[in-house]
Design a protein around this ligand. Structure first.
Ligand SMILES: Nc1ncnc2c1ncn2[C@@H]1O[C@H](COP(=O)(O)OP(=O)(O)O)[C@@H](O)[C@H]1O
Ligand SMILES: O=P(O)(O)OC[C@H](O)CO
Length: 494
């Protein structure tokens, strides 16, 4: 009997390989960070070949350090940072340029031009997305514009495009495919008609021949090549964008349930089932997953900078030694003492979509110090979450009693209490720290018969800790009004 599902969680800053057993417990985990390149201000790139090598090393680590026998693995689920674009030569198997990461702003100009030319409405009506450098389309166009061999290879039918899921699937199996959740983030996929969109491909001058086949999120994508995978042929039965995986891992299967993940950025998703909700106020319409031929949609708020602002405090300002220390400094003061930090380091995502906004600290006095700046950084994560949640509730005409949360920063008790206070909702921290990987494991395990049904899975859902609002309404609204003023100021400063 097969004992495990193997999940490969290909995140923005690190990759994890994990084994889950039938009780959805993690039995082994290997993790490694990989190189981020910042070749110019605002640019973020990665080496796709390194991502592949690290993935192999981590699986080797499971074999050596945890004595994993690959015969015990029922199937593999892959989940990934979304939007990040790779183009590679299918004959050499090598990328023609670095992977351009979702956070990168090097294609702002391409997007600005399209907005000026009045394409916003057309693009949104097909993809559910605003034109922004965040999504893959302008990144692919940029590579065609700047990498000499791109066009020639495409003309010879030797060039392939993929987000990170597709890249790793191709390395493992030789198959060129993606799933609905990842395709919906490229800005080339018509999420309503469920096909690559010819008009969008023409707009971005991208040949259809480079695109992968789009398949159900949970289903067979191929079997690992023996040479690429330690002499084993194992079915890969899920590809899923990491935020949709986390939605699944939280058990948000019904309409109106919301999760928020606090990692590098913050990503809040609400399942809207078979109804795509089109936002009028800066949220994204996206595909949650495709299963058994049925698509579930979600509405999403994408906040670009959350935990990465804490990394900025650590690495650039050297105010803290590690992320956990942020809580100790923030606790030294009872409130923000009037200081607000808007971490618009790569522009602002939902609901503002201002790609030129820059970060700022406001409200400083002679008495302000490290505690104020650290606290303001943490609080900014909670305020940005409220910005998104307010719009989501309005657009879905629903009420929200609880927010399901996961991600590295949920360890921060001060942040989670403040989040509950500023939203006036209960915050449910998932017992599973690795909700994203768990979601991918479930989607894979359902397709391979490891788990029987969604109902079967729901019995494993557990809340580790609940935070209840404690702040009075007057303070809640005062702080939030001040935050709104800070954001307004930042958006005016260009
Ligand atoms: N105790 C903490 N307080 C605040 N932020 C934290 C804390 N621990 C981790 N983080 C932040 O969480 C992020 C890592 O979370 P993770 O879910 O692994 O992110 P990702 O999947 O985006 O790489 C980092 O940006 C880090 O700064
Ligand atoms: O890898 P994460 O957790 O930072 O998630 C990144 C998102 O998928 C970007 O859309």
């Amino acid at each position: 009997m097969k004992q495990y599902i193997l999940t490969l969680d290909l995140g923005t800053t690190s990759i994890r390989a994990m084994l889950f057993n039938k009780n959805s417990e993690i039995c082994a985990m290997e993790q490694k960070e990989f190189t981020q390149f910042f070749p110019n201000p605002g640019w973020v790139e990665q080496d796709a070949e390194e991502i592949w090598k690290v993935t192999q090393t981590l699986v080797a680590g499971l074999l050596v350090n945890h004595k994993l026998d690959l015969d015990d693995v029922a199937s593999i689920g892959i989940t990934n940072q979304r939007e990040t674009a790779v183009l590679w030569d299918k004959e050499t198997g090598l990328p023609i340029y670095h992977a351009i990461v979702w956070q990168s702003t090097q294609t702002n100009e391409i997007c600005e031009k399209l907005i000026e030319q009045g394409y916003e409405q057309m693009v949104k009506s097909k993809t559910g997305l605003p034109i922004n450098s965040y999504f893959s389309a302008s990144k692919i166009k940029w590579m065609f514009d700047h990498v000499e061999e791109a066009k020639k290879l495409a003309d010879e039918n030797k060039l392939l495009f993929g987000t990170i899921d597709t890249w790793i699937l191709w390395k493992l199996t030789g198959n060129h495919a993606t799933d609905y959740s990842n395709a919906s983030r490229t800005m080339l996929y018509n999420i309503f008609e469920k096909k690559w969109d010819i008009e969008l491909l023409q707009l971005f001058q991208i040949p259809e021949s480079v695109l992968p086949e789009v398949k159900d999120t949970s289903g067979l994508f191929g079997v690992t090549n023996k040479e690429a995978f330690f002499q084993h042929e194992i079915p890969i039965t899920a590809l899923v964008g990491d935020q949709q995986a986390s939605l699944y891992g939280h058990g948000c299967f019904d309409k109106g349930i919301v999760k928020n993940t606090y990692g590098t950025g913050c990503f809040m998703l609400m399942n809207t089932k078979q109804t795509p909700v089109i936002s009028k106020s800066g949220l994204l319409t996206t595909i949650a997953w495709g299963m058994n031929g049925t698509i579930d949609y979600a509405i999403e708020g994408s906040i670009f900078v959350a935990g990465s602002a804490v990394q900025w405090l650590r690495d650039s300002l050297q105010m803290i030694q590690n992320a956990a220390e942020s809580e100790q400094y923030a606790k030294q003061i009872e409130n923000n003492n009037g200081v607000y930090l808007v971490p618009a380091f790569v522009g602002l995502g939902s609901p503002y979509w201002d790609q030129d906004a820059k970060g700022a600290i406001l409200g400083l006095t002679r008495g302000s110090g490290k505690a104020e700046i650290v606290r303001a950084t943490l609080e900014s994560i909670a305020y940005q979450t409220r910005d998104v949640l307010e719009v989501m509730i309005q657009e879905c005409e629903c009420d929200l009693k609880e927010l399901r949360v996961d991600g590295g920063a949920v360890m921060n008790e001060l942040l989670m209490q403040f989040q509950s206070d500023i939203l006036n909702v209960s915050i449910d921290v998932a017992k599973h720290q690795e909700t994203t990987a768990l979601g991918a494991a479930y989607l894979s395990g359902l397709a391979s018969g490891f788990w029987a049904s969604q109902e079967d899975i729901l019995k494993y859902r557990q809340v580790q800790r609940q935070y209840q609002p404690q702040m009075n309404q007057k303070n809640r609204e005062y702080y939030y009004e001040q935050w709104k003023k800070a954001v307004k100021t930042v958006m005016m400063f260009k």
